[in-house]
Design a binder for this molecule. Structure first.
Ligand code: NAD
Ligand code: 6OH
Length: 493
């Protein structure tokens, strides 16, 4: 039933190499997680397709694209953003079909952000400054040092399935802004919007070979071919920490630069003086948005004891109010998980929580619909309490609509619990005490701290994590610093 949900041009999802759609070789299924139906067949890119993409990308760097100035590149990025918006509904349908996410969410978050990513980096590259130093020399004369930016070359971009077009364009846009050629490998679970983006690139007049898409799996497949290809100059990756480790190993022999945005086990600290209505409203999103499949989601919630009972029951009420349904239904605000295998993983944590004596405040199982959604991969929104901090449910990333809520008494205790993790992506602090907000934020061992908000983005700010959550920062000028090489020129005056 779901083939009508995506563009007819993508009913068979092809690789895009050197400006052409190519689909020889083996195929795999693209499945709709809402009902388990087949959306499309996808062409898997073998080593020869990856190789052709690398050759095309290198040729593009030495051709017309290599001669584009900053203003020309920025104008092209604007045109790509316009092209995404011109096909807005197709992108929304394709993204919703691939992920099961509500069309309401894809329309509000994923697709607008894809267009915004291109505009943001067009603006960043046009306005970015470069370093310059006047240096004193021993003879009393001077030298002038200044840096120029050059593309790194061919950038491999590997992305996950949770926010497919948002995360892919978050990397493609700065890479193109800096003048690179890219080969993107979207997740095997969500190949559709990257394929649509190839059509947008072609129609916007992006020169052949500048943007290539190769579909396939990770280990032993397209992802591995890409990261180990000697013609790739840098790898930027978003996904699981374990995959990041494997990619790092593959990049080591060529000493290829990597930028990694990896997993999280993010803490929220709710102080008793918070604005209760606002906090509960936004914490519901922080736990359940995108069925909890956002790397920034709060799976560990620490609540000051005087408001602990209130918070648990208010979150339970929020979970009860979620509309779990068909993604196309405008009233739906929670869809399925991405796949059967991922649901098994999430359910295994629910089982483990029960075995370890957790209180399951709500959820913990699979909803029943009595229609085709029973063939999909839904789980109930779930709230747990009463687990020891050492429990796997509190230590490991579950990546589902679930949180564990624990009480704390002092600020010191909350900070210690929040920081007791191998991850370090994001934290949120909920308080009306300004001094405490500043004090606690600085003590979070993470890349991003939100105060009285969550997932509020300004695309110019540094984004990334510490520990198992990643390497490097992207966003604004930080992206330019990864996607370009700075060449310092020293001139004796
Ligand atoms: P994943 O690591 O399984 O897969 C991500 C991508 O890597 C896919 O395209 C996959 O095919 C590819 N891949 C897998 N093994 C590979 C290998 N050996 N070599 C090359 N490529 C390989 O991640 P996922 O399950 O798709 O996504 C969920 C994970 O992503 C979660 O851990 C989540 O926290 C993380 N994530 C992090 C951020 C962030 O910004 N920090 C954002 C989104 C998702
Ligand atoms: C993880 O699932 C979300 C990552 C978000 C971003 O990288 C972003 O730029 O908003």
């Amino acid at each position: 039933m779901a083939t009508d949900l995506i563009s007819t041009a993508t009913a068979k999802l092809s690789n895009f190499v050197d400006g052409q759609f190519v689909s020889d070789g083996p195929e795999f299924d693209d499945i709709n997680p809402a009902d388990g139906s087949l959306i499309a067949r996808v062409a898997e890119a073998g080593p020869e397709v990856v190789d052709a993409a690398v050759v095309a990308a290198r040729r593009a760097l030495g051709g017309e694209w290599g001669g584009y100035g900053v203003r020309q590149r920025a104008a092209l990025l604007y045109k790509i953003a316009d092209g995404i918006e011109a096909r807005f509904d197709e992108f929304v349908r394709a993204e919703s079909a691939d992920t099961g996410k509500p069309v309401a969410l894809a329309s509000r978050l994923d697709v607008p952000r894809a267009a915004a990513n291109f505009r943001a980096f067009a603006d960043v590259i046009k306005t970015a400054s470069l370093e310059g130093f006047e240096t004193e020399t021993p003879d009393g004369k001077h030298a002038l040092n200044y840096a120029v930016r050059k593309p790194i070359g061919v950038v491999g971009i590997i992305t996950p399935w949770n926010l497919p077009i948002l995360l892919l364009t978050w990397k493609v846009a700065p890479a193109l802004a800096c003048g690179n050629a890219v080969i993107v490998k979207p997740s095997e679970e969500t190949p559709a919007t990257a394929t649509l983006l190839a059509e947008v690139m072609r129609d916007a007049g992006v020169p052949n070979g500048v943007f290539n898409v190769v579909h396939g799996f990770g280990e032993g497949s397209t992802g591995e071919h890409l990261v180990s290809h000697p013609g790739i100059d840098a790898i930027t990756f978003t996904g699981e920490s374990r995959t990041g480790a494997a990619i790092m190993k593959a990049c080591a022999p060529g000493v290829k630069p990597v930028s990694f945005e990896l997993g999280g086990k993010n803490a929220a600290i709710i102080f008793a003086d918070c604005d209760r209505d606002e906090t509960i409203q936004q914490m519901s999103d922080a736990v359940f948005l995108n069925t909890g499949q956002v790397c920034l989601c709060a799976e560990r919630v620490y609540v000051q004891r005087p408001i602990f009972d209130w918070f648990v029951s208010a979150m339970k009420e929020k979970a009860e109010g979620l509309n779990i349904g068909w993604p196309a239904d405008k009233a739906t605000n929670m869809g399925p998980l991405i796949s059967k295998a991922h649901r098994e993983k999430v359910l295994s944590y629910f089982r483990m929580a029960r075995e370890l004596g957790a209180t399951v405040v709500i959820g913990g199982g699979v909803p029943e619909f009595g229609d085709a959604r029973d063939n999909g991969f839904y789980v109930q929104p779930t709230i747990l309490t009463g687990l020891p901090e050492s429990s796997p449910c509190v230590k490991e990333e579950i990546f589902g609509p679930v949180c564990h809520i624990a009480p704390f008494d002092s600020e010191e205790e909350a900070v210690a619990m929040a920081n007791d993790t191998a991850y370090g992506l994001a934290a949120s602090i909920w308080t009306n005490d300004l001094k405490r907000a500043h004090r606690v934020s600085r003590r979070m061992n993470v890349g991003i701290t939100w105060v009285n908000c969550w997932f509020l983005r300004d695309l110019r700010t540094p984004f990334g994590g510490v520990g198992l959550s990643g390497i490097g920062r992207e966003g604004g000028v930080h992206s330019l610093n990864f996607y370009s090489e700075l060449n310092n020129i020293c001139i004796r005056l």
